[in-house]
Design a protein around this ligand. Structure first.
Ligand code: ADP
Ligand code: MG
Length: 240
């Protein structure tokens, strides 16, 4: 079966010459439909770089990022934008709800951009808000919502529609633990329903929801038991 996400020998070097930072080095990763994979590692280990590459928001210096077997590097900007809108769901630490839209409008936006009629999109947005426990805030603007409420709306927006690949970068960062658990529950449900998920988290408690945990250190994948990098990957230590 073709994996939903595959990274093949992906290296990402930010900057050039003396300022070059190897954020990821020779990373191989496969995530299948129905799987939730957690990514853990210290700050600066390349977790966000990995997620941005998986979502086509950044391009590798070398190696390939394949979504459903298609190399993202070969897609036109327009096709890549459609893939992001329809196939991928992003949940970032930085909330980017649109301030001039209500919670329901923010959540409905990806569907409307994809051509779903407004009424139907609103109905589904309300369902998504319900699943994260804030349907009563549907008509509020972001400025009238707490950080945690905004984060829940951002999660509802990321998960609405038929997402095949969900990329979550510390999605529970701004949340109290109860809300964080609720969000993980929704993410787990989406994966059980057939989505592939990649979750960056600091919390072992949240990683426990995942089928597998990938540990990164200095841009290199070390195994799930946290063993030191193999000699092979040490050949490729970051140039910092
Ligand atoms: P994490 O999410 O695990 O904290 P990041 O992927 O954000 O790690 O960063 C990995 C490394 O790459 C860090 O050393 C960081 O400073 C560097 N880095 C990330 N993005 C950029 C960028 N746009 N330009 C230069 N360096 C970057
Ligand atoms: Mg990060």
């Amino acid at each position: 079966m073709t994996p939903v996400l595959q990274l093949a020998k992906v290296t990402r070097i930010h900057g050039t010459d003396e300022t070059a930072v190897t954020a990821l080095c020779d990373v191989d990763l496969v995530v299948h439909a129905g799987e939730l994979v957690a990514v853990m590692g210290p700050s600066g280990s390349g977790k966000s770089t990995l997620l941005n590459l998986a979502g086509g928001l950044d391009t590798p210096t070398s190696g390939q990022v394949l979504v459903r077997g298609t190399d993202l590097a070969g897609l036109s900007p327009k096709t890549l934008a459609r893939l992001r809108r329809e196939t991928l769901g992003f949940v970032f630490q930085d909330l980017n709800l649109i301030p001039s839209l209500t919670a329901a409008e923010n959540v409905a936006l990806p569907l409307e951009l994809g051509g779903t009629p407004a009424r139907k999109a609103r109905g589904r947005a309300l369902g998504a808000l319900e699943s994260v426990g804030i349907v009563d805030l549907a008509d509020r603007f972001p400025e009238n919502m707490s950080g945690g409420q905004q984060q829940r709306a951002a999660i509802a927006r990321a998960l609405i529609g038929e997402r095949e690949l969900i990329l979550a970068d510390e999605p529970t960062g701004a949340l109290d633990s109860q809300t964080g658990d609720a969000v993980l529950h929704v993410l787990r449900e989406k994966c059980d329903a057939g989505a592939a998920g990649l979750l960056v988290t600091h919390e072992a408690r949240h990683a426990a929801w995942a089928d597998r945990v990938v540990f990164l250190r200095d841009g290199v994948v070390i195994d799930t038991t946290g063993d030191p990098a193999t000699p092979d990957s040490l050949l490729c230590e970051p140039s910092r």
